[in-house]
Design a protein around this ligand. Sequence first.
Ligand SMILES: [Zn+2]
Length: 359
Amino acid sequence: MAKRSVQSRYFSDSYSQARTRFANMALAKGLTVDSYTFKGTGSEGEKLTMDTIEWGDPASDNVLFIVSGTHGVEGFAGSACQLALLDQVDTLALSNCRIVLIHAVNPFGFSFLRRTNENNVDINRNFSALTNLPGTDNTQEHAIIRQLRKTSNGYQMVKLYLMLVWQIINGHRAAMQSLITAGQYGNERDLFFGGTHESASAAFWHELLGKYKSSRLYLMDIHTGLGKHGQAHVLSEAKESSSAYQDNQLYFKDCNLVHTAHDASLSARLTGTLSSQLPEPDNAITLEYGTFGGLTVLGALAIENYHYWHNRNSRQHHRARRHLKAIFNPASPKWQETVLESFWEILARQVQLIHAQHQ
Ligand SMILES: [Zn+2]
């Protein structure tokens, strides 16, 4: 019972609650919140902000960014990890390292329970928007992309599954993963639309990186939806020849480590991510918490997206949104407990890795 109440203190029900808790916890710990304010308001009329808190060794050039809500609706787990960390801030001795918590990179998506922002832009594909001009990937559009766009109900979902299964049976699993999730730049209604210009989130990310220009930057970007239920996975884009690759092997080998440069089993190789903008992108890891399996997640995303474009704010749309929240944020105390436990474990290893690189 005690554990359950701890989790409910950290796992919020809405963006509005998460944002308030983050600010209140900072206040209680005597830390300052810097906010980047977005246009518009959230689903409860709240302000939409990306909030940051920094602490640690002020003399150190090593800075670890811990990020939540890059994919809006996935933000609940990351926000809970950040809140739990803030709650323990007095007991953590940080030497030769500073930590910057970045809460809700995509506050619109977090508040309105979408993975993307107000323009349906996937922030973690947006940084290559300028090199993928509209129409460039639209000339030979795959039937599966068209099917994803019209998946509005269970019948259409079964059709989508059958098309995907056929492709997988024929050995095209990795190609399908890349086709669907590596990002689309031709149609604003697509599920992993990377946008056509820099989003406000991307602009704020650049502004933040500018503040830490002379530092050695590390990134831990927290997501949910990929991988086995309740398991944490550490994803890295480091190339096999890099020293970051070796360090990852050393520090994260027991943490379901996946190097996406040569292993597409969990995620396609991505471009245009937050990490791609770091001075040293290999210093980034993505923390992925598995929820309900790839096809279930994809189906829930497609149905919510259909109603967003065709019946916005209808009953079906609200139902699809609530379902999407449940798919990315399992309400089970066990799942939540695992998220927090593995976060502490991976954070400890990440801090050790930073120390070892700069002794
Ligand atoms: Zn994600």
